[in-house]
Design a binder for this molecule. Structure first.
Ligand code: GLU
Length: 325
């Protein structure tokens, strides 16, 4: 009985925590700057903030602009990695490392000394190798369709789609990604043409989702690889645990250590201003605010997650007996 009461109190508190954080973020003076490398991202209004928390028992708490679509960008690397591991399993690790890079997301420097093997699947070079693995359907368009239908399945939402304008801008300006792809091709670490691999990579970055959809899509990572509502297995438990480990250590580029220090949850950010965070066994969380900090991670998204983790006791470094979601 005490358990049930404690739980109900916590659910009530969680609704209040989410609402309070959104209110605090609405009023925050320092909102960062939106990504400016392509016009469709540069013009997004930094006044916006959204948040969605989906608990392991299926409750959904949202606040602010939780239904506003934003560009997934590098968060797509989590879903692409999940798909690639499903195709080739641990053979992927012959071609991509599992160490934090300590460098910017699009750095080319390490690739030289490490002979075309990217440090991890969440920097651009690593994600480009993952795209090469996912290019199993012939043309990039078909492989992109496969990725989108996977994300739709994860989120239980058939409306998720690519923002065509963003995809076009990505490919018109992605010179550094073209360089990374060609460089890895020269080391033999791409099996398809750089053009085809990048068409898939740019397409996946341009997927548009809102916080509610993203938190839903991340449920398998908080629930040991299962869809917690249907009970269907998405990935083996070990794989979910390992993807979480990579998100914790590599999910925020060269600010991954700082994110672990402040938030203490596996998380993956994107330059569209979104962050997917996972409280294992408890909740899948999505935040979005387009203004970025100096490392290219959402300024208010990070702050909101820091406050959520503090107020719920959900950091993976917290006491294990913090209230369950
Ligand atoms: N489309 C961006 C790029 O590849 C993604 C960067 C990001 O979200 O970190 O340059």
């Amino acid at each position: 009985m005490t358990d049930v009461v404690e739980r109900l109190n916590f659910m009530h508190d969680l609704a209040a925590i989410v609402a309070d954080i959104a209110e605090e973020m609405q009023a925050a003076p320092d909102r960062g700057k939106p990504a400016d490398y392509i016009p469709p991202l540069a013009r997004v209004d930094v006044a916006q903030f959204g948040m969605a928390v989906v608990t392991v028992d299926g409750r959904v708490f949202t606040a602010g602009s939780a239904d506003e679509l934003f560009s997934l960008q590098s968060i797509s690397k989590v879903f692409a990695l999940t798909l690639a591991l499903g195709k080739v399993g641990s053979q992927l690790w012959d071609r991509v490392g599992r160490e934090p890079s300590g460098s910017a997301f699009n750095s080319i420097v390490q690739l030289e000394s490490e002979r075309g093997i990217p440090r991890n699947p969440f920097i651009n070079a690593g994600a480009i190798v993952v795209a090469d693995v996912n290019l199993t359907r012939g043309a990039p368009r078909e492989s992109l369709a496969e990725l989108i239908s996977f994300v739709r399945h994860l989120a239980d939402d058939d409306t998720i789609a690519v923002d065509v304008e963003v995809a076009k801008s990505e490919s018109e300006t992605g010179f550094r990604n073209v360089a990374l792809a060609n460089y890895m091709k020269s080391f033999g670490n791409l099996h398809h043409t750089p053009e085809d691999v990048l068409a898939l990579y740019f397409g996946q970055c341009a997927v548009a989702m809102n916080c509610r959809q993203l938190a839903m899509a991340g449920r398998y990572l908080m629930a040991a690889g299962l869809n917690p509502t249907s009970g269907h297995r998405i990935v083996p438990e070990t794989r979910a645990r390992r993807i979480n480990a990579l998100m914790l250590t590599c999910g925020h580029y060269d600010a991954s250590g700082d994110f672990a220090f402040r938030v203490g949850l596996p998380g993956k950010s994107g330059v569209g201003g979104g962050i997917l965070a996972v409280a294992p066994g408890r909740a899948s969380i999505a935040v979005w605010s387009p203004g970025l900090n100096a490392q290219g991670n959402s300024q208010l998204g990070t702050l909101a997650l820091e406050r959520l983790a503090t107020r719920t006791g959900w950091s993976v470094f917290d006491r294990a007996d913090a209230p369950p979601a």
